[in-house]
Design a protein around this ligand. Structure first.
Ligand code: IDP
Ligand code: MG
Length: 139
């Protein structure tokens, strides 16, 4: 079993599709070990998107990510990291195939509904960034 970190971004919250996206993940056999709504600030964006700090779109990305609360989750399942990345689809919603979460619900390269960890190592770091130990359940 593997854990991954998922965030439903402000466009998912605005479009009222949180439930639909979570259903897609649960339908694939993934189990919710942790879930909460929180609001990001610039400091958290700089950490979470460290690989984009300094790029021309970074300011816009921070504004977008802080525009509404987001929904953070820890999901557990076999190959959870890869399974969720596949369900999410490629970064640019416009290039994401139909049937993927981003292809079906996303708007563009920035407003793409869902964040999902890109490796088991990243997942561990991201889970610790957004959840206290006693907020993540084993059951
Ligand atoms: P990922 O979310 O598919 O892992 P990353 O390259 O890690 O893609 O980028 C993180 C997030 O930064 C993307 O999901 C998207 O919201 C935003 N982003 C990435 N590239 C661009 C861009 O060229 N313009 C605007 N936003 C971008
Ligand atoms: Mg990424």
């Amino acid at each position: 079993m593997e854990r991954t970190f998922v965030m439903l971004k402000p466009d998912a919250v605005e479009k009222h599709i949180i439930g639909e996206v979570i259903s897609r993940l649960e339908d694939k056999g993934l189990r919710v070990d942790a879930i909460k709504m929180t609001r990001l600030d610039e400091k958290m964006c700089r950490e979470h998107y460290a690989h984009h700090v300094g790029k021309p779109f970074f300011g816009g990305l921070v504004r977008f990510m802080c525009s509404t609360p987001v929904v953070c989750m820890v999901l557990e399942g076999q190959n959870a990291v890869e399974v969720v990345r596949k369900l999410a689809g490629p970064t640019d919603s416009k290039k994401a195939p139909k049937g993927t979460i981003r292809g079906d619900f996303g708007t563009d390269v920035q407003a793409n509904v869902i964040h999902a960890s890109d490796s088991a190592e990243t997942a561990e770091i991201e889970i610790k960034r957004f959840f206290k130990q006693n907020e993540v359940f084993n059951y």
